[in-house]
Design a protein around this ligand. Structure first.
Ligand code: 13P
Ligand code: SF4
Length: 307
């Protein structure tokens, strides 16, 4: 990524001139992640940082729902996304109207919503979660509402994987991550046969059969921590491709075995369009203030949970 040094230097200069920060998700390419990201991490870490930082402008190097989450938490800041079409199959799997219908069907049950959703959906939500804290949030919601079942939407696989780790009953939706749903248990068994020493870490958006044959399941931050603290000789990250590229830079001595899948939405973000975002102040992400106020409650409840 050092080949991009002139553009990286120009982006970093513009950031200072505009009092801007770049929040970069773990799925950004290394030249973004290591070259210009001021804060890097998983969805939970980026949401917390958006609320905490005191920049005037946030450039979201990630997908649209992440930029909306930043706006919801920081309505006074200007939130830019370098490409408005950076979407997400999970976020587009459900609407606010769908959530209203689910609530009519299950009155009295709390709605726990994965952050990979639009602000409209979050506005119908009681508390948000990410893959890093989903079990904790589900149990907390059941306790706070005094119920033994919760609605956990929209990722069908995340819901199933959380259900295996808690006694709280889970009502799910049918959304899927188009990157993680493509991994199969056969893929993992083939990797294990070819690389018997490799440790397999899988994201909870994968099908349950994949997690069953993996050695560890966790969010992108949890995978990073696992590799950095345990330094396995060989590792496979069953997730988006840039994840391994980014962790590898800090994990000398660990061999990263592929395969991986690319997220076409995350890959819309490039150094060039980050530069243009800062130069031309584009594309600003706005959320209807009434929607944002309701969505904020749900995201803030998550952010305020103890670590
Ligand atoms: P996390 O970084 O929270 O694990 O989320 C992964 C993801 O798919 C984000 O779009
Ligand atoms: Fe959405 Fe999956 Fe891409 Fe993340 S990796 S943005 S969950 S489609």
């Amino acid at each position: 990524w050092r080949l991009h040094a002139p553009l990286i230097a120009e982006i970093n200069r513009l950031k200072r001139a505009k009092n801007a920060v770049i929040l970069a998700h773990n799925y950004m390419t290394p030249e973004i992640f290591h070259g210009v990201g001021d804060f890097v991490g998983d969805s939970l870490a980026l949401a917390k940082e958006a609320a905490r930082c005191d920049a005037e402008v946030i450039v979201q190097a990630g997908v649209h729902f992440m930029a909306e989450t930043s706006k919801v938490l920081s309505p006074e800041k200007k939130i830019l996304i370098p490409d408005l079409d950076a979407g997400c199959s999970l976020a587009s799997s459900i609407t606010g109207a769908d959530v209203r219908l689910i609530k009519q069907r299950y009155p009295g049950l709390p709605v726990v919503t994965y952050v990979n959703t639009t602000a409209d959906v979050k506005a119908e939500t009681d508390i948000c979660c990410t893959s890093a804290n989903a079990v904790q949030v589900v149990e907390e919601a059941a306790r706070m509402w005094g119920v033994d079942r919760v609605i956990l939407i929209p990722d069908e696989f995340l819901a199933r994987n959380v259900a295996r780790q808690t006694h709280v009953g889970i009502i799910a939706w049918k959304g899927r991550c188009e990157v993680h749903e493509r991994f199969t248990a056969e893929d993992i068994l083939e990797i294990k046969a070819a690389y018997p020493g490799a440790e397999v870490l899988a994201h909870p958006e994968c099908p349950a059969e994949v997690l069953e044959v993996s050695d560890f399941a966790g969010s992108t931050a949890a995978m990073n921590d696992y590799v950095i603290s345990k330094r396995p000789k060989q590792v496979v990250l069953i997730t988006e491709c840039s994840m391994a590229d980014n962790v590898a830079a800090d994990a000398v001595g660990t061999e990263f075995v592929r395969p991986c899948n690319l997220c076409p939405h995350m890959k819309r973000i490039s150094l060039q369009n980050i530069y243009e975002a800062l130069l031309y102040d584009r594309y600003e992400v706005t959320v209807d203030p009434a929607v944002a106020e309701r969505a904020r409650l749900a995201v803030q409840r998550m952010v305020d949970l103890p670590p």
